[in-house]
Design a protein around this ligand. Structure first.
Ligand SMILES: Cc1cc2nc3c(=O)[nH]c(=O)nc-3n(C[C@H](O)[C@H](O)[C@H](O)COP(=O)(O)OP(=O)(O)OC[C@H]3O[C@@H](n4cnc5c(N)ncnc54)[C@H](O)[C@@H]3O)c2cc1C
Length: 464
């Protein structure tokens, strides 16, 4: 194992004994439960992604002695890849609208978001010297346009707080003699700790670190793991016409699952056609639900609204008008007035319209076929592109077994969870990183024996 950290300069040195770590300057903050300062809680954190690093910072700032364990050879590898290397940290949505986008799990997120909302997260980074802007009025990116500035700020703060990071830490398990949490078992020996925070992520994009191995630790404590499936993943279509439009973006498309009892609303956003089917925010946002359905059925029917007009009748009357008023125009050129040219051509072909067919010669059945596709084209999803290309995981530690107010296990005292390891996934647009940081913040504080009541009395750990 390799250890990084300001007070652990020798990379060959073994795992530090957290009991002998340097006292933390924040340790003077009293514990509200005992009214006696409790600076000696030892918190062991598994996973140095955004959730784990934030948990380490909040626990250390609250006075705990913290050690962070990471299976990769560097911390925060996935963080560097976020937002195409630019890191879409969070967004400008009001808290209620933000929570709504997490669907039925939104309620679970409420205490963590209350502890560290978007404004507080931006303030936190501002204090660490990283500025953000939301140029489109919605998505926050660092002014540096570099995810590295976010990761480096976290590492600098961890260094300042004296938190050692043990890298290449594989094969960890909980050390729980007689069913009580005593720390972590590692191949190099047991490490004592009062609390452990599991922040090992899910299974998405395993080459960036999170390979699902964290679930085994949660399961060791008796936690149910809701079967993880890829979310925010590109989709594979049975139809071939999308693949003929590879690289084309259809802005503001609407996608919905064409099955009974599924939302008629669906999702809306840019849709990117790929060599295997569809991607882009609209496809990615619906992929978690599609993945879940693909566990029960061979394929999932979708309807894609590529134009603003969802009525077949209105498209039929437009096509009729075109036939009368612009008879010499190629039909595909007319359709290309409302859709990108390659897409117009692919839809015409799908409706059986030859490329050089003029509007005057279009048949009634061709009109019907084309009107249907322009109103709501059917697509059959046969698969997702899998965890290898997924940006999030749907499934994970069952939320029913975790107290959302402290993010503590209801099954094993002293065990906490943060980030994607839990059964929480949000859409594209800074939702998942905000969740990782908010939950990391709350889990770290809770593990350091702070309480929600304590925060509620107005004691501010952020800003420092
Ligand atoms: C390509 C890509 C781009 C993305 N872009 C964005 C974006 O712009 N905005 C956004 O909001 N979200 C984005 N996401 C999602 C976001 O990155 C994740 O939701 C977030 O990183 C989850 O944080 P986490 O700390 O819970 O897990 P992770 O970031 O996965 O971190 C978990 C860490 O734990 C380590 N680990 C795993 N198992 C073990 C173990 N057994 N022992 C020790 N260590 C372990 C891993 O190596 C990893 O470093 C993106 C995801 C991907 C893949």
């Amino acid at each position: 194992m390799l250890m990084l950290g300001a007070h652990c300069p020798n990379p060959q040195s073994s795992i530090p004994n957290p009991q002998s770590a340097i006292p933390n300057p924040q340790s003077a903050i009293p514990n509200p439960q005992s009214a006696i300062p409790n600076p000696h809680n030892t918190v062991l954190i598994v996973g140095a992604g955004p959730a784990g690093m934030m948990a380490a910072i909040s626990a250390a700032r609250a006075g705990a002695r913290v050690t962070l364990f990471e299976r990769m050879d560097r911390p925060g590898v996935k963080l560097l890849a976020t937002g195409g290397g630019r890191c879409n940290l969070t967004n400008t949505l009001a808290p209620e609208a933000f929570l709504e986008r997490f669907g039925r799990h939104g309620k679970f997120l409420r205490p963590a978001l209350a502890a560290l909302d978007q404004r507080a997260l931006l303030d936190f980074f501002n204090q660490l010297g990283v500025r953000f802007h939301a140029e489109d009025g919605l998505h926050y990116f660092p002014a540096s346009e570099s995810a590295a500035s976010v990761r480096d700020a976290l590492l600098a703060e961890l260094r300042r707080l004296g938190v050692p990071i043990v890298c290449r830490a594989e094969s960890l398990s909980l050390w729980m003699p007689q069913g009580q949490l005593k720390g972590l078992r590692t191949p190099s020996g047991d490490v004592a700790g009062d609390c452990a925070v599991l922040a090992a992520g899910g299974k998405a994009w395993p080459s960036l670190g999170s390979d699902g191995s964290g679930y085994a630790l949660a399961a060791q404590a008796g936690h149910e793991i809701i079967t993880p499936v890829p979310a925010l993943a590109p989709l594979v279509t049975g139809e071939k016409w999308p693949t003929r439009c590879t690289g084309i973006v259809s802005p503001g498309a609407r996608l919905r699952i064409d099955l009974p009892k599924r939302s008629r609303q669906g999702v809306q956003g840019d849709l990117l056609f790929t060599h295997r089917g569809i991607s882009g925010p609209a496809a990615l946002d619906i992929s978690g639900e599609v993945s879940g359905l693909l566990m029960e059925r061979d394929n999932v029917p979708l309807r894609v609204h590529l134009t603003d007009e969802p009525s077949v009748e209105i498209w039929l009357s437009r096509l009729r008008k075109w036939r009368e008023s612009r008879p010499k125009k190629f039909l595909r050129s007319l359709v290309a007035e409302v859709l990108p040219a390659a897409l117009a051509e692919a839809l015409c072909e799908e409706a059986g319209v030859e490329p050089d067919l003029r509007a005057a010669h279009v048949t009634r059945s061709q009109c019907l076929g084309l009107a249907g596709l322009l109103a709501a084209a059917p697509l059959t999803i046969t698969a997702t592109e899998g965890f290898g290309k997924a940006m999030a995981t749907r499934g994970g530690v069952n939320l029913r077994e975790v107290d959302p107010r402290r993010l503590e296990s209801r099954l094993l005292g002293g065990l906490y969870f943060a980030g994607e390891i839990l059964d929480v996934d949000g859409p594209c647009g800074g939702f998942n990183l905000q969740w990782a940081f908010s939950s990391g913040f709350l889990a770290g504080l809770s593990a350091a024996e702070e309480t929600a009541e304590y925060l509620g009395r107005g004691v501010r750990l952020f800003p420092l």
